[in-house]
Design a protein around this ligand. Structure first.
Ligand SMILES: Cc1cc2nc3c(=O)[nH]c(=O)nc-3n(C[C@H](O)[C@H](O)[C@H](O)COP(=O)(O)OP(=O)(O)OC[C@H]3O[C@@H](n4cnc5c(N)ncnc54)[C@H](O)[C@@H]3O)c2cc1C
Length: 307
């Protein structure tokens, strides 16, 4: 119930204006992002690097209104890739298709994504493509396949809660495309998505196993599990051992500020771990999705509001 309300509010422009005016909201978001400026993200990345953690950087923003805005986003990410290389930070980037202009036409987003994949390829880096709500899945996968035809340095997020995901995953085996599996963060109807959390968790594990037992696939496309769910992570690690996947053949990604001890513990036991750091001024819808994942976070916001 609370999740549904928060996800509805994440689309409210009125609430966005209200929240962005409030100082307490700015203080509260610091739990999940080191700052609005990209420089804050680089500093956080360097600190995490010293603790054995890689990063993925993402500039917050979605549904841009003009091709010029979309091109500016692509330029920003090209510069980010250059800065990561110059700073010798072990960092990749993750982009939202509608931030690269998908609402303005598939060609707009495709040109921008291909620019980034070419750039990442020159720098021996990687571009991750986020998955937005279910209305974007077909177009996002088409974009990723087109970019994959240029270079293998592109991976895509798949959401375990969508009924269609087992087929989508199977369609990304040849040529092998790297996949970051997550549970899914949007409000979806029962026709599109599994509704019960325990069924989503079960489906996540089944999808993980289907990647881990395909030796040919994991040799070419290290799978990523984007979750903070410690029990699920343990089940995945156990399945990896069972199917003979080495620790280097899988990777865990978590969000900045969530599961910090788990991130460090996994890195300490030799797992590959990256922390996804978000930054930028357009944090409102993204932040509401983080609240929806754990409505208990609302108490944190209330505490910041009252002192
Ligand atoms: C690297 C990464 C990339 C992602 N990319 C996408 C994407 O492209 N598209 C998409 O739809 N979704 C994306 N997500 C979000 C994802 O779909 C889930 O909504 C989110 O990860 C929460 O689910 P969970 O797997 O952590 O499991 P849950 O069962 O929700 O949480 C497990 C535990 O993690 C902790 N936790 C989880 N969320 C929070 C939170 N917000 N605040 C505090 N503690 C929390 C709690 O301790 C909780 O008990 C991404 C997530 C990650 C980690």
């Amino acid at each position: 119930m609370m999740r549904t309300v928060l996800l509805r509010l994440s689309r409210s422009k009125f609430m966005e204006r209200q929240m962005k005016r409030r100082k307490f909201a700015r203080r509260a978001i610091r739990k999940f992002m080191p700052g609005e400026e990209v420089e804050a993200a680089f500093r956080a990345a360097q600190k995490l690097g010293r603790r054995g953690l890689g990063v993925v950087l993402t500039e917050l923003g979605e549904n841009v209104a003009t091709p010029e805005e979309a091109a500016a986003v692509a330029r920003h990410y090209e510069n980010t890739l250059d800065r990561l290389a110059a700073l010798a930070v072990d960092g990749e980037i993750s982009v939202k298709p509608t931030h690269l202009g998908l609402d303005l036409g598939v060609d707009v987003a495709r040109n921008n994504l291909e620019r980034l994949v070419r750039k990442a390829s020159q720098l021996d880096n990687m571009v991750w493509v986020d998955m937005e709500d279910s209305s974007y899945v077909d177009r996002t996968l088409d974009l990723v396949r087109a970019a994959r035809a240029i270079a293998p340095n592109v991976g895509v997020c798949l959401q375990a809660y969508l009924h269609r995901t087992p087929e989508d995953l199977a369609s990304l085996r040849d040529p092998a495309v790297r996949v970051r599996l997550v549970k899914g963060a949007y409000r979806e109807d029962p026709e599109q998505a599994i509704q019960k959390k325990k069924d989503v968790d079960q489906r996540f594990h089944e999808l993980a196993v289907s990647m881990l037992r395909d030796r040919d696939y994991i040799t070419h496309a290290t799978p990523v599990f984007g979750t903070h769910d410690d029990r699920l992570i343990e089940r995945i690690r156990e399945s990896a051992r069972q199917y003979g996947a080495s620790p280097g053949q899988l990777e865990f990604h978590m969000l900045y500020g969530i599961g910090v001890e788990l991130q460090e513990w996994l890195a300490a036991v030799g797992a590959r771990v990256r922390v996804l750091i978000s930054y930028g001024e357009h944090w409102y819808p993204w932040y509401m999705r983080r609240l929806a994942e754990r409505p208990a976070n609302l108490w944190f916001v209330v505490r910041k509001a009252f002192g």
